[in-house]
Design a protein around this ligand. Structure first.
Ligand code: TIH
Ligand code: FE2
Length: 294
């Protein structure tokens, strides 16, 4: 999913149906015309996609495949050390290629028998209600561009590596997809923007950046940690707070840096019970009460 920040790259629609991605100050691709052309082309394909169509085929270049290889090779050993059990199970079931960027449409086909989830292409920022609401229908909005080759270890912009290596391996396991679906149902149920923001912050501190205690140490289950070869080596040094709905739903975060505050569950079962249970039942009123308790 795409959010605002240092690298915020708004998508601007042009008259001919194509779109242009406005890379901002500080973006590593700002002065790289080849990269900018790629971003525009890939975003245009997403903008022209219609619901029901398969995700567009992207003609990834050798350089883009190389970024994929570098990140996957680096994460290969790090996942074994730092990823939680449930993620490693999903990764094994999904069997992603490590030598080339896969196409979203083939990943949707592979997910169908596993969990029924499917990817749909995002040109850029997807409004919160659309992004989360789609999860209730087992649809995951995903970008298709590749991070700039000069910064493979971390990007504040969710790219296809984040969507597929981070989220995809979780979309292959029902213990995770039950949580995604519950978050989607919650986002559809709540009415106020404040309640939706609370639901989305709980998502951020769990499915994006959650960590969990296992017998041999603290592990990551959040997709944002699991897709970043840089951040995955640092999360154990951050401020680790216990899983707490009121705290997660009201804590601010900065998407442009490694997350300094993380919330640790005592077990994956606690995430299912506490966070899944919250999304299953939350209402505007129950969230207002949690806000007061924070
Ligand atoms: N920082 C992640 C990465 O480098 O893979 C991408 C993002 C996850 C969540 C927001 S941005
Ligand atoms: Fe994400």
């Amino acid at each position: 999913m795409f959010e605002e920040g240092q690298y915020f790259a708004p998508v601007v629609k042009k008259g001919d149906g194509s779109v242009s991605v406005e890379l901002g100050e500080g973006h590593p691709g700002l002065d790289d015309p080849v990269y900018r052309e790629r971003r525009d082309r890939i975003a245009t394909a997403a903008a022209q996609w219609q619901p029901g169509d398969p995700a567009p085929l992207i003609d990834y270049t050798d350089e883009e495949h190389e970024v994929w290889r570098v990140v996957c090779a680096d994460l290969h050993a790090k996942h074994r050390t730092y990823a939680c059990r449930e993620y490693l199970d999903g990764k094994e079931a999904f069997g992603l290629p490590e030598d080339h960027v896969p196409q979203l449409h083939e990943l949707s086909e592979a997910l169908a028998p596993l969990t029924g989830f499917a990817y749909q292409p995002a040109a850029g920022l997807v409004p919160l209600r659309d992004f989360y609401g789609a999860l209730a229908d087992k649809r995951f909005w995903a970008t298709q561009y590749v991070r700039h080759h000069s910064v493979p270890l971390y990007t504040p912009e969710p790219d296809v590596l984040h969507e597929v290596v981070g989220h995809g391996n979780t979309l292959a396991d029902r213990r995770f997809t039950d949580l995604y679906e519950a978050a989607g149902a919650a986002a559809r149920r709540v009415e106020s923007d404040e309640a939706l923001e609370f639901v989305s912050k709980v998502f951020w501190f769990t499915l994006e950046f959650g960590v969990v205690h296992e017998t041999d140490g603290l592990k990551a289950y959040g997709a944002g940690i699991l897709s970043s070869p840089g951040e995955i080596e640092e999360f154990r040094q951050m401020t680790i707070r216990p899983l707490d709905l009121a705290d997660m739903g009201t804590t601010d975060y900065d998407i442009t840096h490694y997350q300094e505050v993380l919330f640790a569950a005592s077990s994956f079962g606690q995430v299912q019970d506490v966070v899944g249970g919250f999304w299953d039942t939350c209402t505007d009123d129950s969230i207002a009460a949690l806000r007061l308790a924070a």
